[in-house]
Each structure stands twice: as C-alpha cells, then as structure tokens.
Design a protein around this ligand. Structure first.
Ligand code: MG
Ligand code: ZN
Length: 216
C-alpha cells in the first residue's frame, strides 16, 4: 500500500489553471486599453470572413491585431493580414481549441501598446472552445445557415456560454432551405438574453448592426 494517495481531478486542475491564465490575459488587455473578442464556430461558418468584414470597417478607427488559432495552417491569418491587419498565429497541432495559456504565450510576443482591438479566431470547432475562458471581453459564436437547421439546438451549452450569436451566410438561407428566424428563435429558447445578429459577411449585410452590437 502506498503511504498516501493523491487524487488528481485532471479536468478540475486544467480548468483551474486555465481560469488563472484567463484572468491574467484579461488584466493584460485591460492595462493596454484593449477590447478583445473571441470568435468561435465550426470550420466553414465564416469566422475569418466576419473578421475580414469587421477589419475593413474598423481598421481606420482601431489598431487591430488578429490572433488566429488553427490546428496546422496559417490560411486564416494570411487572409486577414491581406487586409493590412497585424496577425499572430497559434498552431495548436492536436488541440481542438485555444486555451488561455496559448493566448498568453502569443501575447508575450507582441507589443500590445500598438493595439486597441484584438480579434481571436478560435480553432474551428463548436464544442470545447466555449469551455475555455481566454480572458476576452466577449465570446461570439458564429453559426452558418449552411450547417443546417439544428446547429443551435444541438449546441445549447456553447450558446449559453457565449455573449453573442452571429448567424452568417443568410444570403444562402433560401437556397439551402434553412429558416433564419427559426435559428434566431432557437437561440432565444436557450437563453433569451443572448443577442443574435444575422449577417452575410460575403455580401456585407448586417455588419454595421453587428459592429454596434459589439459596442465598437
Ligand atoms: Mg477561419
Ligand atoms: Zn478542444
């Protein structure tokens, strides 16, 4: 028999350490007067597209940094940087989400006095990114009509943990046969307090209202 047994709750420990790092990130952003926004959503929902649309509108008013989380590529960061916005890449290799420590490491490499607004594009995955605080001001979930009619109903926890839901690609809703209003209602059913914005980043619809909603 061992003299003593140490029980480790891996999940509790991991999440606890993450919350500490998230609090440090939040303090760092605050110290530099930076607004930070985490954009979550599955692959192909248009997270990058929305960041590009926001950057085009906002880059004259804010000094913007985009932090791109991706398993392996720099595709999204390259797209955003083609809009004249600075980017930092985090390749997570096997991790299917960003956590606060990854963001902390990325921030260590950056002169934050150069920025007022940070967009973090999370790894394309609608499930676990919502479980990890990054220390941002707002967590935004992007859902696309191309994902079909059940995306919101099937991810209630992710929706609940977000501060805003953006329904993207509404220009394709009719062709795909998905009702945008019922997606909006599904969000209301999960939590009526969460604001929902319907946009088409591609055809530049609803972006001004989204910017207002983000308080930018
Ligand atoms: Mg992307
Ligand atoms: Zn994950």
């Amino acid at each position: 028999m061992p003299e003593r047994t140490v029980e480790i709750d891996i999940r509790k420990d991991l999440f606890g350490a993450n919350e500490e790092a998230a609090a440090m990130n939040a303090a760092t952003f605050k110290d530099h007067g930076i607004t930070a926004i985490d954009i979550m959503g599955s692959v192909g929902t248009g997270k990058t597209q929305i960041i590009e649309a926001l950057c085009d509108r906002l880059k004259g008013m804010y000094r913007i940094l985009m932090i791109a989380g991706d398993l392996a590529t720099t595709i999204d960061a390259d797209r955003v940087s083609s809009h004249g916005v600075d980017t930092v890449q985090i390749n997570t290799r096997t991790a299917c989400h960003l956590d606060a420590r990854m963001v902390r490491v990325a921030l260590n490499d950056v002169d934050l006095s150069l920025y007022d607004l940070v967009f973090i594009e999370n790894v394309g995955n609608l499930i676990c990114p919502a479980g990890y605080s990054l220390g941002v001001d707002k967590k935004v979930v992007v859902v696309s009509v191309t994902e079909g009619p059940y995306m919101v109903r099937k991810h209630p926890l992710t929706i609940k943990r977000s501060d805003m839901v953006v329904i993207n690609k509404i220009d394709l809703a009719e062709a795909i046969g998905v009702d945008v209003d019922s997606l909006v209602n599904d969000v209301r059913e999960v939590d009526a307090r969460i604001p929902v914005y319907s946009v088409s980043a591609k055809s530049d619809t609803g972006i001004d209202r989204l910017i207002e909603g983000l308080g930018l």
